[in-house]
Design a protein around this ligand. Structure first.
Ligand SMILES: *Cc1c(COP(=O)(O)O)cnc(C)c1O
Length: 401
């Protein structure tokens, strides 16, 4: 049974798609929500059909490591929001990243990337890919000329994030994708920080877009997941790699992610607005050194962000005057913020790179990455902005200059 009314609409907006796409088309017993198919294996009444499904000639499910109806609905929702031909999901964002890189690359290949990738990704690029004979060139994140030069020297993949973690640098995705096309390289972008509501990299010339669904897509810090979207051919290769390497998304987690996605547009719009106002408040505050947020007109990434993003996202970072003790005073006096890792949740999350994304990175390496030692990363939630501003106002009063 499918929802015919939804199918008839042409070009529904992202808010409508988040709610109605995919699950309303597969309605078991008339249920309005996608059930969790807690079944590892699927039964066939005749051997021929089973065989056709196994050979990929007919649609169907055989074993949940390969595919599952609930998991498929999650994949469909994100695929539609990213405007992709195909999508395949993973147990975590890191599984999506590692499986994609290991599928797309072979020994002897060369990858061009940036110094500011997510901590775990950086580890794969620096430690694990070279171990398999893959050459990795990390460029200064803000130096587009250097990145273009490295691409032109020849590479099989260009791996980017935008905005980056944790200093919210903006990469010109159109410009760098063009350079990669000339070199014949596959462009892979981690779109976690922007979410598909604010940015659709595939429309900017990118080949594969990855999300840690654990963050904005799920939105409630209660489920892990990852996804990669792109053309059918590439996604199929990555899917076959995952099938045997086994980092499949669990149906229960898929259900939480589906439920989260239904409010994605509402949450993102609120988080865009909260981040903008809180970043603006902090920028004018005498105890704050610098605010990093592409939504601010003074931010070096603002102009490019304006062209490729429809909103600037729910994450910003800032450096506080004074030392570690002041960071402790501010963070420990906030009422409406979890001192916790992660981002993209309905509740504000705050931390320092040293306790979140760069746990395994030394202060020396961080300096090289241009991350100030006194940096604080804030991922705003959907609270009322007056409460967030007042909370920061009173916590900042405790900070001593
Ligand atoms: C969190 C995060 C990841 C890793 O995702 P997990 O779901 O934790 O494995 C990758 N990239 C970015 C930008 C992230 O924020």
């Amino acid at each position: 049974m499918s929802n015919k009314k939804y199918k008839k609409q042409t070009n529904p907006g992202p808010g409508t798609q988040s709610v109605w796409s995919a699950d309303s088309e597969i309605s078991a017993y008339g249920a309005t929500q996608m059930p969790v198919f807690h079944s590892v294996t699927f039964n066939y009444h005749d051997l021929d059909t089973w065989r056709d499904v196994a050979m990929g000639k007919k649609e169907g499910h055989i074993y949940t490591r390969n595919s599952n109806p609930t998991v498929n609905v999650f994949e469909e929702k994100v695929r539609i929001l990213e405007g992709a031909e195909a999508a395949t999901s993973f147990s975590t964002g890191m599984a999506a990243i590692s499986n994609t890189l290991f599928t797309m690359l072979s020994p002897g290949d060369r990858v061009v990337s940036i110094k500011d990738t997510y901590g775990g990704t950086s580890k794969i690029l620096l430690d694990h890919l070279p171990h398999f004979g893959i050459d990795v060139q990390l460029c200064d994140t803000t130096n587009h000329e250097q990145i273009e030069k490295e691409i032109a020297k020849g590479c099989q993949a260009l791996y980017l994030e935008s905005p980056t973690n944790p200093t919210l640098k903006v990469m010109d995705l159109v410009r760098l994708s063009k350079a990669a096309k000339v070199a014949g390289a596959t462009v892979i972008v981690d779109n976690t920080f922007a979410s598909p509501i604010n940015q659709n990299p595939l429309k900017l010339g990118v080949d594969l877009v990855i999300h840690s669904a654990t963050k904005f897509l799920g939105g409630h810090s209660d489920a892990l997941g990852g996804i990669v979207c792109g053309n059918k051919e590439m996604v199929k290769k990555i899917f076959h790699f995952k099938e045997v390497f086994g980092a499949s998304l669990d149906p229960m987690s898929a259900y939480f992610l589906i439920r989260g996605i239904k409010t994605l547009e509402l949450r993102i719009n609120r988080q865009n607005s909260n981040a903008m106002q809180l970043a603006g408040f902090l920028q004018d505050h005498p105890k704050i050194e610098q605010v990093f947020y592409p939504g601010l007109e003074t931010d070096p990434g603002h102009e490019i962000a304006k062209q490729q993003m429809s909103g600037y996202g729910g994450v910003f970072s800032f450096s506080l005057k004074g030392g570690y003790n002041n960071i402790k005073l501010l963070l420990e006096n906030l009422k409406y913020a979890h001192l916790a890792a992660s981002l993209g949740s309905v509740g504000t999350l705050i931390g320092t790179p040293k306790t979140t994304s760069h746990v395994e990175t030394s202060f020396e390496e961080m300096k090289k990455l241009g991350i100030p030692e006194n940096l604080i990363r804030c991922a705003v939630g959907i609270e009322n902005i007056e409460d967030l501003i007042n909370d920061f106002k009173s916590a900042l009063e405790k900070v001593i200059l």
